[in-house]
Design a protein around this ligand. Structure first.
Ligand code: PSU
Ligand code: MN
Length: 313
């Protein structure tokens, strides 16, 4: 396995020192935001994680290696390359074997984080069950990954480009707990409320860490969703984003957009239709998630140490 993984110097040092590490995805850089704001945001998010006492590990596939932690040049390459491949679970062996430049989705980042022994992963929004999935069968591989891979994903909920109710049903069926932070409602990315409740509200990192630790100790494999609402001052008006989402969905349908192209199309169209204002919201919520994720990674290390200590006593 080690022949496929390449750790940056910063991440390698954190692994030896036992410093908490937070994984970050790269599809949000290549397909989720425009250049150069994508690269700037990636850098800012990494710094917020360092400020929180953890080490950031942005993950991507470069030259046939699963890179865990990227250099400034690698971030720039990924953010500016016109044809980086969007890599989910099924694409991962192709990107590694062919040497194609690959940006990892939530699903692929979870796989790589687990391979690297990283427990916490910060992103913006996760994929989910698309509206109309009853006929299109379009359900993001992110949900399957959450069902099977032991990584906690800190996000701002899911966008209303998806069927949020069905996404939560799917997660329930697969035993994936959904924890909200600071409120009981499940957030909808651009807005703080989706009209749906999370399973549990846990405001402190210690509570979240204790929950994750207990889940693992009970042998309950699979991921956890920590849904952290966008700060109120950065949220978009619900009615505006709702109308724009409906329009973007109709355009995707009319344009025959299918498969892995659907989500990037919708993200880009919403950005255009909001005159770029959705991008500011997107950046703000990812940064907020970085703060929460770093806190959780630090608390999780403490929880593991506490349990180990009490097992010895
Ligand atoms: N949702 C967002 N922003 C994103 C994505 C989803 O609000 O950037 C990206 C993530 O990388 C996620 C992927 O894993 O899209 C899901 O793609 P699909 O729906 O094709 O599974
Ligand atoms: Mn899909």
């Amino acid at each position: 396995m080690q022949q496929y993984l390449l750790f940056s110097a910063e991440v390698a040092a954190a692994r030896s020192a036992g410093t908490p590490i937070v994984a970050l995805e790269s599809t949000i850089i290549s397909h989720g935001m425009p250049y150069p704001q994508n690269v700037q945001t990636a850098r800012d998010v990494e710094q917020l994680i360092r400020d929180g006492g953890a080490v950031p590990a942005t993950i991507a596939i470069i030259d046939g290696k699963i890179c865990i932690g990227l250099s400034a040049q690698q971030l720039e390459l990924l953010g500016s390359a016109p044809h980086a491949m969007k890599v989910s679970r099924r694409d991962l062996p192709y990107a590694v074997a062919s040497g194609t430049l690959g940006a990892t989705t939530v699903a692929a980042t979870m796989i790589c984080a687990a391979l690297a022994g990283i427990d916490v992963f910060v992103t913006g929004g996760i994929g989910g069950v698309h509206r109309g999935a009853a006929t299109s069968f379009d359900i993001s591989a992110d949900l399957q990954e959450l069902a099977r891979t032991n990584v906690t994903v800190v996000c701002a909920g899911v966008k209303s480009i998806l069927d949020i109710g069905l996404t939560l049903e799917y997660l329930e069926t697969h035993g994936v707990p959904v924890i909200s932070v600071g409120q009981s409602g499940f957030p909808a990315f651009f807005t703080r409320e989706s009209g749906y409740q999370a399973d549990f509200q846990m405001d402190s990192a210690e509570q979240q860490a204790s929950f994750i630790h207990t889940k693992r100790a009970l042998g309950l494999y699979g991921g956890v969703v920590v849904a952290n609402p966008v700060p109120a001052q950065d949220a978009m008006p619900f009615d505006e984003i709702d109308a724009i989402t409906t329009r973007a969905l109709a355009e995707a349908d009319a344009g025959g957009i299918k498969g892995k192209a659907v989500t990037p199309f919708l993200l880009a169209r919403i950005k255009e239709l909001t005159g770029g204002r959705s991008l500011a919201t997107n950046i703000a919520l990812v940064k907020h998630n970085a703060v929460v994720g770093a806190r959780l990674a630090v608390a999780l290390r403490g929880a593991v140490h506490d349990r180990a200590a009490s097992a010895i006593l």
